[in-house]
Design a protein around this ligand. Structure first.
Ligand code: HEC
Ligand code: HEC
Length: 141
């Protein structure tokens, strides 16, 4: 039997499932040290939200952490870096902000007014809009 090129294309489309956004649901932060030290000024972001390279860059530059100072004793830096990189997700390792990743920007193309709501304050304030943020749940239900 001969199949037409169009039919072949359709078959290919079925064989290749559309990849679900892997960031919809990420594992919660399990390490108590990370919860404490990285959850002081903002929510402790789940390791699955950034690739290992981004976490390494963040942990190597804590003395100038997005304009703030977030230094820790060397043994804690080492332990936290190990946890974050071992549980890292995908994305661009040259970009250190979750809100700077292209998948994030694709999902958040909304009006500027949304971001200036007093309850939001910052794009990185995930929990302002995602009730399940602390638990790593970002899907829209
Ligand atoms: C002294 C306060 C402080 C501590 C402690 C701190 N951070 Fe931050 N962090 C900040 C500030 C301020 C920003 C920038 C927030 C903004 O732009 O809205 C930030 C931003 C971030 C971002 C980028 C958020 C985005 O825009 O996508 C990541 C990732 C991050 N921090 C990870 C960590 C990790 C990992 C630790 C623990 C080692 C940590 N932070 C500890 C203050 C802190
Ligand atoms: C001002 C509100 C707001 C803030 C702050 C915000 N988001 Fe979102 N986010 C949305 C909206 C609206 C959508 C699109 C609708 C939906 O899927 O929930 C979305 C979608 C997403 C999705 C895709 C969900 C899906 O079902 O495909 C992820 C993942 C996500 N956000 C993660 C984050 C993370 C991580 C942060 C913090 C760094 C964040 N968001 C901050 C409003 C926000």
């Amino acid at each position: 039997m001969r199949i037409s090129p169009l039919a072949a294309l359709c078959l290919l489309a079925f064989a290749t499932p559309v990849a679900a956004n892997p960031f919809k649901r990420v594992a919660p932060v399990a390490d108590p040290l990370v919860r404490k030290e990285c959850g002081e000024c903002h929510m402790a972001f789940q390791p699955g939200l950034l690739p290992a390279g981004s976490w390494s860059r963040i942990m190597d530059t804590l003395s100038d952490h997005f304009g703030d100072r977030a230094t820790l004793p060397p043994d804690q830096v080492k332990a936290i870096a190990a946890y974050l990189t071992a549980n890292a997700g995908g994305g661009d390792p040259m970009v250190t902000r979750i809100t700077g990743q292209s998948w994030w920007q694709r999902e958040h193309r909304m009006a500027a007014a949304e971001w200036s709501r007093p309850s939001v304050k910052s794009k990185s304030n995930c929990a302002a809009c995602h009730a399940g943020a602390e638990a790593g749940r970002y899907e829209d239900d």
